[in-house]
Design a protein around this ligand. Structure first.
Ligand SMILES: NC(=O)c1ccc[n+]([C@@H]2O[C@H](COP(=O)([O-])OP(=O)(O)OC[C@H]3O[C@@H](n4cnc5c(N)ncnc54)[C@H](OP(=O)(O)O)[C@@H]3O)[C@@H](O)[C@H]2O)c1
Length: 274
């Protein structure tokens, strides 16, 4: 039995699908099991700290988005229940030593809590998700312009399917045990090129309009993004113009499929932008 936290999310749904395809039993968490719309055969529970949540569980996929305040209780209960392995969706930001790097500090803290349990672990340190560009969907549906900061930031956005492939490999085999690879998409694409690729896929020319970083910060605040995260993101984009993180996609040998390009991600998600 495998426990998938954050199972209704971007990455979690893909992990659930792949585990089912691999023929294993899945228990999944969602705050609203009735609305979770997960595949038949998946047992959906409302909280990973429910008394029976960990019964019979061999390994847990841990998504930080879904654990927040419950992580210590979950790790304690996992150890007591005989869970063997934790696979954490971590972040490449843990490698950035800037003191204002709140995202990296939070993810490293989580990694260390897991290390201290003595359980088997894998930390998959994801770079920028391709799915982050969904934040432009409203602007693209409403017009032909994406207004954002740092048009020339070079990023290798990762497709959630590639992340899920690595996560499932880490859950089901020992190949990634005690490793913390940085995972990105296969190629660098500027933000302006990303907007253009979305336009090509939906058949509408999309122009990238550069805005001042302080205006971008205000826009993020209006969308409910905490200022610490907005600042981390803007700093990341600024640095990615001159010092992009070189792509380190998951190896085809390991997961049996080639890493997906950003163009592929857009083609898989055109409905979000129409
Ligand atoms: N975005 C990036 O570029 C990036 C890069 C590196 C690492 N990451 C990591 O990836 C995580 C996001 O993964 P994702 O996109 O798969 O997640 P997601 O889709 O945002 O969320 C996963 C699920 O978690 C549950 N959830 C959301 N907010 C919650 C809350 N406050 N309390 C409890 N449950 C909550 C929701 O499920 P229910 O509503 O069904 O409960 C949601 O479907 C980030 O938090 C970060 O740790 C992200």
């Amino acid at each position: 039995m495998y426990l998938v936290t954050g199972a209704t999310g971007n990455v979690g749904r893909q992990v659930v699908e792949r585990l089912l395809t691999a023929g294993v039993t899945v228990r999944a968490t969602s705050r609203n099991p009735v609305a979770a719309a997960l595949p038949a055969g998946v047992e959906v529970i409302a909280s990973q700290t429910d008394s029976h949540a960990l019964a019979g569980v061999t390994a847990i996929f841990l998504n930080p988005a879904a654990v927040h305040d419950t992580v210590d209780a979950l790790l304690r209960q996992a150890t007591a229940a005989g869970v063997r392995r934790i696979v954490l969706l971590s972040s490449s930001s843990v490698l950035d030593e800037h003191p204002g790097n709140h995202t990296g500090i939070a993810h490293r803290d989580l990694e260390q809590r897991i290390e201290r349990t003595g359980l088997e672990w894998t930390f998959l340190r994801a770079g920028m998700f391709a799915a982050n560009t969904r934040q432009w969907a409203g602007q693209i549906r409403a017009g032909e312009v994406v207004r954002a900061a740092y048009a020339d930031a070079l990023i290798a956005p990762i497709h959630e399917r590639d992340l899920a492939a690595a996560i499932v490999r880490a859950l089901l085999s020992d190949d990634l045990l005690s490793t913390a690879p940085v995972l990105t998409g296969p190629e660098l694409v500027t933000q302006a090129e990303q907007a253009k690729l979305i336009g090509e896929a939906i058949g509408k020319p999309i122009r990238f309009e550069r805005v001042d970083p302080s205006d971008a910060r205000d826009h993020m605040a209006a969308q409910g993004i905490p200022s610490s995260i907005a600042d981390s993101l803007l700093r990341y984009y600024e640095r990615a113009i001159s010092h992009p993180i070189e792509p380190t996609p998951i190896s085809t040998d390991l997961v049996g499929e080639p890493p997906r390009s950003y163009r592929q991600w857009v083609l898989d998600h055109t409905a979000d932008f129409r």
